[in-house]
Write a protein that binds this ligand. Structure first.
Ligand code: ATP
Ligand code: MG
Length: 420
């Protein structure tokens, strides 16, 4: 019998986890600078939350959720995204009543979607996302987009494209909806079954169809932009103005609609362009969701957020040959010769670690040469060799590997010596 990871999931092994930690560190630092605070929610929620929060007509809810019944017969779902949970927590803990508004949250954690596996598309993946709830100021839209862009640029990524659009308000969407129905009605027979059912329920979704995206009627579909109300268009103009001030370049794409039902006004995606990246070019998606908090049982509070997966971010770094500056932290390797030296080594290594110095030693009773090789491979900054002579003298030569310099140091002075 042999076991493998479930399809669409992956093990992240030592060698890779360091990259994850690095990226997560960059994210934490950035969120701190922008003053977003971390929220942690459960990995499963009631199925209804996602039906409501993500939307019944979305691909996620219709095809991609891991839904199960628990032993008491409740329908639960492994979270496919983070916004519904964040808003649920916001409402449940009455964050709308906090003194400081808007409430700025971020999360990182695994999400689950039953998808066809390909590069950059997994069934379990880790999303980092932010939500700013409680402000309808276009400046916060720009802040959120700038933060997303900053994650990539601060890791050295280039060739990025921030694509933005306005989905307008209710009135905008109603006018556009009617126009879309009229536009697609005559050709609906040529489109896929999903699109046919979307026509009445949510024709905007047709524009987001992955099957029919090359159908000629897609390119000529009425653009939402032409249906923007005066208010919506003024809002969009402001968002763009703030992006200019923040020096974040963007492109307006009137066909950008995004896959989730809850968006209005600002919608955006960050794409990566150029060679070395497979078919998947979208790294991040987000937008404004002014009706969502109310839909989930809270007061009418506007919100905006985005989500990106760490997997796609790491793929992008690989594709662009960007090496992260990962530090190797082995300060000292203790080589031992003989049983008494080993006893002393265990004591010293422990002392080093307790004083904030990373240290390791041999546990396989290997020859000195083999131990030295390990120290080399692990790029130890310092090496000491303990044998009977050193025990006698209560001192040891400390070798700095980068320079080859040696210095005799008394056992009792080792920590102090290494610390400087
Ligand atoms: P796509 O069009 O690629 O399916 P989406 O619209 O479903 O994306 P969102 O739900 O907005 O994506 O999620 C935001 C981000 O999460 C994406 O831009 C991507 O970085 C990441 N993401 C989404 N689905 C997956 C997945 N299955 N595997 C890895 N990352 C994913
Ligand atoms: Mg998707």
């Amino acid at each position: 019998m042999s076991f493998k990871v479930p399809k669409g999931t992956q093990d992240i092994l030592p060698g890779q986890t360091e990259k994850w930690q690095y990226v997560e560190g960059v994210i934490r630092d950035l969120c701190d600078k922008y003053r977003y605070n971390e929220l942690r929610t459960p990995m499963f929620e009631s199925t209804e939350l996602f039906q409501r929060g993500v939307g019944d007509t979305t691909d996620i809810v219709q095809k991609e959720m891991y839904t199960f019944e628990d032993r008491a017969g409740r329908s639960l779902t492994l979270r496919p995204e983070g916004t519904a949970s964040a808003v649920r927590a916001y409402v449940e803990h009455k964050m709308f009543g906090q003194a400081d508004q808007p409430v700025k949250l971020y999360y990182t954690g695994p999400m689950f979607r039953y998808e066809r596996q390909q590069a950059g598309r997994y069934r379990q993946f880790v999303q980092f996302g932010v939500e700013a709830i409680g402000s309808a100021d276009p400046a916060i839209d720009a802040e959120v987009m700038a933060l997303a862009m900053n994650v990539y640029t601060s890791l050295g990524l280039k060739d990025l494209k921030l694509v933005i659009n306005s989905l307008g308000d209710k009135e905008t969407r109603e006018g556009h909806r009617q126009a879309l129905i009229e536009h697609f009605q005559p050709v609906i027979g040529e489109l896929c079954g999903d699109c046919q059912s979307r026509l009445e329920k949510n024709p905007l979704r047709i524009l987001d169809c992955k099957v029919d995206h090359k159908h000629p009627a897609m390119a000529t579909a009425p653009a939402l932009t032409n249906y923007l109300t005066e208010e919506s268009s003024a809002y969009f103009t402001k968002v763009k103005e703030y992006l200019d001030v923040l020096d974040v370049p963007y492109e307006v794409d009137p066909n950008l609609v995004r896959g989730l039902d809850y968006y209005n006004h600002t919608a955006f995606e960050i794409m990566i362009t150029g060679d070395g990246f497979g078919s998947i070019t979208t790294l991040c998606g987000g937008g404004r969701y002014n009706g969502l908090v109310e839909d989930i049982g809270g007061p009418a509070m506007p919100g905006i957020g985005f989500a990106m997966s760490i997997e796609r971010l790491l793929l992008a770094l690989d594709a662009k040959n960007i090496e992260l500056e990962l530090e190797n932290h082995l300060d000292i390797y203790v080589v031992t010769m003989g049983e008494s030296a080993k006893l002393k080594a265990v004591e010293l290594v422990n002392q080093f670690r307790q004083n904030g110095i990373s240290a390791d030693m041999d546990y396989l009773e290997r020859k000195m040469k083999a131990q030295m090789k390990t120290a080399d491979r692990q790029e130890a900054k310092f090496v000491i060799v303990l044998g009977d002579a050193e025990l006698e003298e209560q001192a040891v030569n400390v070798k700095e590997m980068a320079t080859g310099n040696q210095q005799k140091v008394a056992f009792s002075e080792l920590v102090t010596y290494l610390k400087k």
